[in-house]
Design a protein around this ligand. Structure first.
Ligand code: PBG
Length: 327
């Protein structure tokens, strides 16, 4: 006896029907490729814990950006590795700093590509923290805001399309917005790392950028992975302070928060598929335990399904190639 209900399998039985009714699709144009740019050419080279990712010279970064644009990748996100670090992280706002030079070079050589910059101090400070450190080793929130605003303005002045503060200080979106406006960059959007957790998944990034904290950890400013409602509050505060789009980071273990932030906030939500998440897939694929291509496309699709409009991923170039092959 047949049941009157729809049988789900009817719509799955042929490829054409699966395609017709697919709810979410990954496109190269919504991938954001992170690039590490080293000021000293002696710092350039492969990153052991991120197979296939390099610390690039300035010329190398322009070349990578060009290749990414040719593949239809939507944007790059720049991280700087300065030749010299100091207590305050002053290389971060140097008009001739490595990120500022890289932004200008990429915008002039690859004008169609969107260039985001990571706004933080940890890659530039000797202590590796994301802000000003006091004599007793605490990170001082309010003293850091002015420095972050300086960094953001220097990136905008160099031509960055979006600035992305990743420090997690309270009030930094408002302070950066005010300073950008005061300096005439009223149209430069802020992509705020709003829900950024104190995560073990950033390990390979810190090797790449030499930014592991010299003492303590980041739990005084990054969020506790146990707290979801707090992530939504952070996102809403950043939105109120003037953020134009929000990042949830890491991505894989935080799909619930991509969905929650998306439904609570009225602005676009971006997922950051971080270094440790990339490294896990790479290691498993190298050992023959996972099919890298299928795994990566499944991950990226699932982040779309969770609600991300775009994903920052070290897999962007591979994914763009695989997507092109499928079409
Ligand atoms: C800088 C910053 C970090 C990442 C992005 N911006 C490191 C950190 O917070 O320790 C991590 C990205 C990744 O793991 O891919 N604050």
């Amino acid at each position: 006896m047949a049941f009157p209900q729809t049988r789900m399998r009817r719509l799955r039985a042929t490829a054409g029907l699966r395609g017709l009714f697919r709810e979410n699709e990954v496109r190269a144009s919504d991938l954001i490729l992170p690039l590490f740019v080293a000021e000293a050419s002696t710092d350039a080279g492969p990153i052991e814990s991120l197979p296939g990712v390099w610390r690039l010279t300035l010329a190398g970064a322009v070349e990578e950006a060009r290749l990414a644009a040719e593949q239809g990748i939507g944007a790059v996100m720049l991280f700087g590795i300065p030749a010299e670090k100091d207590e305050q992280g002053s290389a971060a706002w140097d008009a001739e700093g490595v990120v500022q030079l890289a932004v200008a070079a990429i915008k002039s050589e690859v004008p169609g590509l969107i260039v985001n910059t990571d706004v933080c101090l940890c890659e530039y400070t000797t202590h590796g923290h994301c802000g000003v450190v006091t004599a007793d080793g605490a990170v001082e929130n309010d003293a850091t805001l002015e420095l972050l605003a300086r960094v953001a303005v220097s990136h905008a002045r160099a031509g960055a399309d979006l600035v992305a503060p990743s420090d997690m200080m309270d009030g930094r979106v408002g302070s950066i917005r005010a300073e950008l406006d005061a300096e005439g960059f009223v149209d430069t959007p802020i992509l705020a790392y709003s829900a950024k957790f104190a995560s073990a998944f950033y390990g390979p990034f810190r090797e790449a950028a030499g930014s592991a904290p010299a003492f303590g950890d980041r739990r005084a400013y990054q969020m506790d992975p146990a707290n979801g409602r707090e992530a939504v509050r952070e996102a809403l505060l950043d939105q109120e302070e003037g953020a134009d789009a929000l990042i949830v980071k890491p991505a894989l273990a935080y799909g619930d928060l991509i969905a929650a932030v998306k439904s609570a906030a009225g602005i676009p939500v971006v997922a950051y598929n971080v270094s440790g998440e990339y490294a896990m897939v790479k290691a498993a694929a190298a050992a023959g335990y996972l099919d890298e291509r299928a795994t990566v496309l499944e991950i990226l699709t699932s982040l779309r399904r969770a609600g991300a409009v775009a994903t920052i991923t070290y897999h962007a170039k591979d994914a763009a190639r695989w997507l092109a092959e499928e079409n």
